[in-house]
Write a protein that binds this ligand. Structure first.
Ligand SMILES: *Cc1c(COP(=O)(O)O)cnc(C)c1O
Length: 413
């Protein structure tokens, strides 16, 4: 970092300050993680200097000998890790990857069917606030109001009624596993493309802690920076028959040149995910989430669906008498970082909803285990009972920092 320190102390100082912040807080944003030092290094290489419009062996620029090899390496590792017939590693992030799927399979005005945003879906699954909801006729399925679980009969009914081009499975805030065989059967019956967005749980799939959608889906998108623990980016995995349509949609349909340095970071992350240690990591992420869910339930927190079987927990704070936002703000003051979130059947505004969402990917990356989950639940319970008491919250933050000091984080010396 010495060149950065010399050339731009202002930026250097912010980087150091962020390192200290990520070291001394309990980070439980469900979509965040810590990449390894190797991933960070790969992203900060001379691959930043290259332009490579096109695909390996078919570029629009000369001088691609190393870029081609790097992209092919990332593609091969992605195919191997998920058992995919085809992989495109160029999407800049999860949202553009999803747009590429729309571009490949649908025309503006066509119908798509996805999970309601306020029930855990993503903006790009046809929310009115997103281009996907403005340019396509988006129909949404919701969670069953009693069980708070996906209702496959209802999804089937909507698919047969609306005959969508795309049936979208996947979520940003659903604490349970998905039944891809059921989604496949519905897509077959309705004659649509099954599009699985595994952005949140791809790392669990990679580590064998979640069913793999790749054998079932026509196309699967994922971010690379969430549970998969790589750099910020995305990939699209699909059946060979869709390879041309997907590649054309990404480039030249939506993007220009790929971010080659990110591709290098993705290759490194995929290499790490192919190692046996990553399965242990994925299983520990789920074990920690289940343990934390159990402790929180004991403290009287109401968990959506009653628990979790993936990496995330959604809490309806109504029973604690505190809305999600003031709770999230208070927890941040206590050194516990998560986000306020809508819950199924939300009665408040999305900007001031009833719940919070948290996840265990980051804290598991730094080695937290079952006994730390108990401490986190104690602190959360205390903080939520004292949202107005800054001195009390600062006291928790001190204890949090002391615990964190014993768990150095990956990527930071
Ligand atoms: C995070 C997420 C995305 C979008 O990823 P970005 O990289 O933030 O654009 C897409 N789909 C789902 C389900 C996600 O959780």
């Amino acid at each position: 970092m010495s060149a950065l320190d010399r050339n731009d102390p202002e930026v250097f100082k912010l980087v150091k300050s962020e390192e200290a912040y990520q070291q001394s807080t309990i980070r439980m944003i469900a979509s965040e993680n810590y990449t390894s030092k190797a991933v960070l290094e790969a992203c900060g290489t001379v691959f930043q200097n290259k332009y490579s419009e096109g695909y390996p062996g078919a570029r629009f620029y000369q001088g691609q000998v190393n870029c081609d090899a790097m992209e092919l390496l990332a593609i091969e590792r992605a195919k191997k890790l998920f058992g995919a017939e085809h992989a495109n590693v160029q999407p800049y992030s999860g949202s553009p990857a999803n747009l590429a799927v729309y571009l490949a399979f649908a025309k503006p005005g066509d119908t798509v069917l996805g999970l309601n945003l306020s029930h855990g879906g993503h903006l790009t699954h046809g929310s009115k606030a997103s281009a996907t909801g403005k340019w396509f006729n988006a129909v949404h399925y919701s969670l069953n109001p009693e069980t708070e679980l996906l209702d496959y009969d209802e999804i089937r009914r909507l698919a047969l009624e609306h005959k969508p081009k795309l049936l979208i499975a996947g979520h940003s805030a659903y604490p349970r596993q998905l039944d891809f065989a059921k989604f496949r059967a519905i897509a077959d019956e309705a004659g649509c493309i099954l599009f699985v967005d595994m952005a949140h749980f791809a790392g669990l799939v990679a580590g064998g802690a979640h069913d793999n959608p790749v054998p079932y889906a026509d196309v699967v998108t994922t971010t690379t920076h969430k549970t998969l623990r790589g750099p910020r980016g995305a990939m699209i995995l699909c059946k060979e028959i869709h390879a041309k349509a997907i590649d054309k949609a990404v480039f030249p349909g939506l993007q220009g040149g790929p971010h080659n340095a990110t591709t290098a970071g993705i290759a490194v992350a995929l290499g790490e995910a192919l190692k046996p240690e990553f399965s242990t990591y994925a299983k520990n992420v789920v074990a920690n989430a289940k343990a934390l869910a159990g402790e929180l339930t004991k403290k009287g927190f109401k968990l959506v669906t009653g628990g979790t079987d993936n990496h995330l927990i959604l809490i309806d704070l109504t029973t604690k008498g505190v809305p999600g936002k003031p709770a999230a703000v208070a927890l941040e003051k206590a050194g516990i970082v998560l986000n306020y979130n809508t819950v199924p059947g939300e009665t408040r505004k999305p900007s001031d909803p009833s719940g919070i969402r948290l996840g265990t990917p980051s804290i598991t990356s730094r080695g937290f285990g079952i006994s730390e989950m108990k401490k986190i639940a104690d602190w959360m319970d205390a903080a939520v009972a004292h949202v107005e008491d800054d001195a009390f919250l600062a006291g928790i933050a001190k204890e949090v920092a002391a615990l964190c000091a014993g768990f150095p984080v990956p990527g930071i010396e």
